[in-house]
Design a protein around this ligand. Structure first.
Ligand SMILES: Cc1ncc(COP(=O)(O)O)c(C=O)c1O
Length: 412
């Protein structure tokens, strides 16, 4: 057979060469929605994109300056796999200052973002068939990461009445002999819920009764908290050895593009993450690490300024959303999202005659009619809801929610 005859056969079955792992994986819903909204924007339509979980602030200048200085000083070589020692020491100091947690640099692994830290932790702990309980609604990538490790994601859904927070009793009821870990974020993406000391204390009590279960506590929104106290699960001494704390620079320091995150865990787990990372990506970018060190040395002041804006926007959006009949939601206490229940609109008819069956239909309707991009709740384990980011300028948020109100008002 000539090579030209063989070519179409390969082209006709492009997906069969791919692994089940990637074929079964869903594309990130937030990235997919952002793509659609960019397509509309390219047609000249004024789309307000509230689908992305990204601060609209620039990285503070002192952090940028540290990165420039790092380049000038020649920080252009491979870095130690778990991160520069002085950065890991600064992360330990941060844990002591903010979270009353004592870690050694050997218990810290710096990565290319909290997303890689989460992946490291799951790959280090989960064997095929192990169950990972996920407090739901959850951040879009949790289930995909567990499935990548051939684990079984077990979402348990908190009730709207309890601000979508899973209770310790609900957690304990979901434990089986196969449970290896539990994952959650607080402040939570997508709901904005913040677990209180009492609530996390009760979770810690359950964990203490199950020493073979590990908790992956995602604290990436730690600084974006309007409720007051941020509590680290690892700060309950009886379970510190069972907790892997995930954090990073993307949200608090507006450093999404730098790709810098970290985890803290007992030494054997940290060493396993270091080993995994050493075979996959090595140490993260030298310049980003020097910038991260400067960020931490600068303390929380720049984050606090941004948080004031997030707080104001939260109030603005909540007030506007409460004025839209049919949207039901708790008031977010942290992060930068609102996550209303939108079931009141299911089964309603749009002006073009199409019926909106679910939150995916509603998100598409709002994109096409209101020109506002959001993300349907199913990818967060909450198909009754829809997520809007509030990390946008006040006037954009005002216009977006006026348009949303108008479009929802047209549904029959
Ligand atoms: C809950 C949660 N965890 C982790 C991440 C990933 O953060 P990073 O940019 O540090 O990878 C995000 C980003 O949206 C997030 O919302």
């Amino acid at each position: 057979m000539s090579s030209s005859a063989a070519a179409p056969a390969l082209a006709a079955e492009p997906t069969t060469i791919l692994s089940d792992r990637v074929l079964h994986m869903q594309e990130s819903a937030t990235i997919a929605m952002a793509k659609k909204s960019r397509e509309l924007a390219a047609q000249g339509i004024d789309v307000i994109n509230l689908s992305f979980g990204e601060p609209d602030f620039q990285t503070p200048q002192y952090i940028k300056d540290a990165a420039k200085q790092a380049l000038d000083e020649g920080y252009t070589f491979y870095t130690p796999v778990p991160g520069y020692l002085d950065l890991r020491q600064a992360i330990c100091d941060k844990f002591q200052r903010d979270n009353n947690l004592s870690y050694k640099p050997t218990e810290i692994v710096v990565s290319t973002g909290a997303k890689q830290s989460l992946t490291n932790a799951v790959l280090a702990l989960v064997n095929p068939g192990d169950e990972v309980i996920i407090f739901s609604p959850y951040w879009v990538s949790y289930a995909a990461i567990v499935e990548l490790a051939e684990g079984v994601a077990v979402p348990i859904v908190g009730s709207l009445e309890n601000d979508y927070k899973v209770t310790a009793a609900e957690f304990e009821a979901a434990i089986t002999p196969r449970t290896k870990a539990v994952m959650y974020s607080s402040p939570c993406n997508p709901t904005g819920a913040v677990f209180s000391r009492a609530e996390l204390g009760a979770v810690a009590e359950v964990l203490a009764r199950h020493p073979g279960i590990f908790a992956i506590a995602d604290e990436i929104y730690e600084y974006i908290n309007f409720a007051g106290e941020h509590v680290s699960l690892a700060s309950f001494p009886e379970v510190k050895n069972q907790v892997i704390t995930i954090n990073g620079f993307s949200k608090g320091y507006a450093m999404t593009g730098w790709r810098l995150g970290y985890l803290a865990a007992r030494q054997d787990i940290a060493a396993a993450c270091d080993k995994l990372q050493g075979q996959m990506t090595s140490g993260t970018c030298s310049i980003a690490q020097r910038a991260g060190l400067a960020a931490l040395q600068g303390g929380r002041a720049s984050a606090d300024e941004m948080v004031q804006a997030y707080h104001r926007r939260r109030d603005l959006v909540v007030a506007m959303a409460q004025d839209i009949p049919g949207l039901k939601m708790p008031v977010p206490e942290g992060a930068f999202y609102v996550f209303p229940d939108v079931t009141a609109f299911f089964g309603r008819t749009a002006p073009d005659g199409s019926v909106l069956h679910d939150s995916g239909d509603l998100a598409l309707y709002l994109l096409n009619d209101a020109h506002v991009a959001s993300v349907a709740g199913d990818s967060f384990g909450a198909p009754d809801c829809i997520r809007f980011s509030t990390a946008a300028a006040d006037d954009k948020l005002r216009t977006a929610f006026e348009r949303i109100k108008n479009s929802l008002g047209q549904l029959q």
